[in-house]
Design a protein. Structure first.
Length: 92
């Protein structure tokens, strides 16, 4: 899960971060990694995709790749959070 760095359209599929994780986990046919990286997305987009697209598939693990630059420089709308600062799923 992540943005353009995870999506990795600029490199061959076998060289993406996701492919390298899958390779590092071994040749077990039960190990499969899905790439949910989308260019231009930020933490709120990724939260939405984790909650609505990834978790319903019941994964064993989720790896969230954040870039300290643009992922934390984006302004987050106040309406996206409840009084305790938790993201609102309904915002999306």
């Amino acid at each position: 899960m992540g943005d353009s760095l995870t999506e990795a359209l600029q490199v061959p599929d076998r060289e993406t971060f996701v492919a390298r994780i899958e390779q590092a986990l071994g040749t077990d046919p039960g190990v499969h990694c899905e790439n949910f990286g989308i260019s231009g997305s930020g933490p709120l987009d990724e939260y939405h995709r984790i909650r609505h697209d990834v978790l319903p598939t019941h994964p064993d693990a989720v790896v969230l790749c954040l870039f300290p630059g643009n992922d934390f420089l984006d302004a987050c709308p106040e309406a996206a959070f409840d009084e305790q600062g938790r993201p609102l799923g309904e915002f999306f």
